[in-house]
Write a protein that binds this ligand. Structure first.
Ligand code: SAM
Ligand code: SF4
Length: 330
């Protein structure tokens, strides 16, 4: 599926729930977000049908996300069912890692090989503060279990937050010297009702890269710092076992190479994370729409995919998105 800006759309991110067992301050307000009613959440068989149709149109990669995907009952079986869609060659998962220790092996059995775990601090008290109650040791145990189960690569997502974890940049980077993790610094985005929490806390990745550059040479992986790994620019600290990635949606947007569609937890197709324009799939699906009709709606979403988002790193010009990250699927 080539869009009007010549991008090959082959990647679908699926938010299976907007619920979460954490309340990260930059993602949700402390009371949680207004939940999508049970009936409005897409059922697994509906998601599977959409994925089948999208696969027939050229989608080959699917990432399961949320909210916290591992809190949804039946998630392992659902992931296993994706193995029946021949065209899908890559299924991955983004999780906060809290429930990982109990299901890492089952997820591996179900066919997942690539996993991203979000971890914004290596300090137990700070981790509890940013997640409003999360237990760091539980996540670290989950990561260890994932490693033992055979997941590779294990990517660790860190949202860089000024005044919170900027003092841990080096510690995170040093983790890659001995461990085969890919540590990824993600720029804070102005999304949803947690957006005001984020005011003034954005930290550009150039700053982080410069800081890490002071402890060792950052070698671009595959020679160009542009290993084909979606939007991340990947490096290795000289002599390190792991990698360091920089995902810079704000300072250095990667819209010209964006190959993604997002299926929201309530059944809308969103062509750009940072634009509220969506196409309803759930309504037509439940009204008996044929596969051909769904195909047409997917095509519509792709046609409407903007050339680029309109969020700017200049604080004065930030344009906020209304939908919450957990419902969209980060
Ligand atoms: N609950 C899972 C987790 O935390 O990994 C999956 C969903 S979460 C929305 C996906 C990713 O989005 C996480 O890595 C999280 O840190 C990131 N995220 C959430 N809100 C963000 C924001 N405002 N700016 C940048 N990244 C954000
Ligand atoms: Fe939950 Fe993930 Fe959002 Fe944190 S970032 S509140 S873990 S959905």
């Amino acid at each position: 599926m080539i869009d009007q800006y010549a991008r090959d759309i082959n990647y679908l991110r699926v938010s299976v729930t907007d619920r979460c067992n954490l309340r990260c301050t930059y993602c949700m307000p402390k009371e949680g977000i207004s939940r999508i009613g049970h009936d409005d959440i897409l059922r697994y068989e509906e998601i599977l049908r959409i994925i089948r149709v999208a696969a027939g149109m050229g989608i080959t990669k699917v990432r399961i996300t949320g909210g916290e995907p591992l809190v949804r009952r039946g998630i392992v079986e659902f992931i296993a069912s994706l193995g029946t869609v021949q065209e899908i060659t890559d299924v991955s998962l983004t999780t906060n890692g809290i429930l990982l220790k109990d299901c890492a092996e089952d997820l591996f059995e179900a066919g997942i090989r690539r996993i991203n775990v979000s971890l914004d601090s290596l300090d137990a008290e700070k981790y509890a503060r940013i997640t409003r109650g999360g237990n760091l040791r539980t996540v670290l145990r989950g990561i260890r279990k994932a490693r033992e189960a055979g997941f590779s690569p294990i990517k660790i997502n860190i949202v860089a937050i000024k005044g919170f974890n900027d003092d841990e940049i080096i510690e995170f980077a040093r983790l890659t010297l001995l461990n085969p993790y890919q540590i990824r610094f993600i720029e804070l985005m102005p999304l949803g009702s947690a957006g005001s929490e984020n005011n003034g806390r954005y930290l550009a990745n150039d700053f982080i890269r410069e800081r890490i550059g002071k402890i060792g040479r950052l070698e671009p992986v595959n020679g160009k710092g542009q290993k084909s790994d979606g939007p991340a620019r990947i490096y290795r600290l000289a002599g390190g076992a792991g990698e360091i990635g920089f995902i810079s949606p704000v300072s250095r947007h990667f819209c010209h190479t964006c190959n993604r569609l997002r299926l929201t937890a309530d059944g809308f197709l969103r062509a750009c994370l940072l634009s509220d324009d969506e196409v309803d799939l759930k309504g037509p699906l439940r009204a008996g729409c044929s596969n051909g009709g769904i195909e047409e709606l997917i095509r519509q979403a792709i046609t409407r995919k903007p050339r680029q988002h309109e969020v700017f790193c200049d604080e004065g010009h930030i344009k906020k998105c209304m939908k919450e990250m957990p419902a969209i699927g980060g």
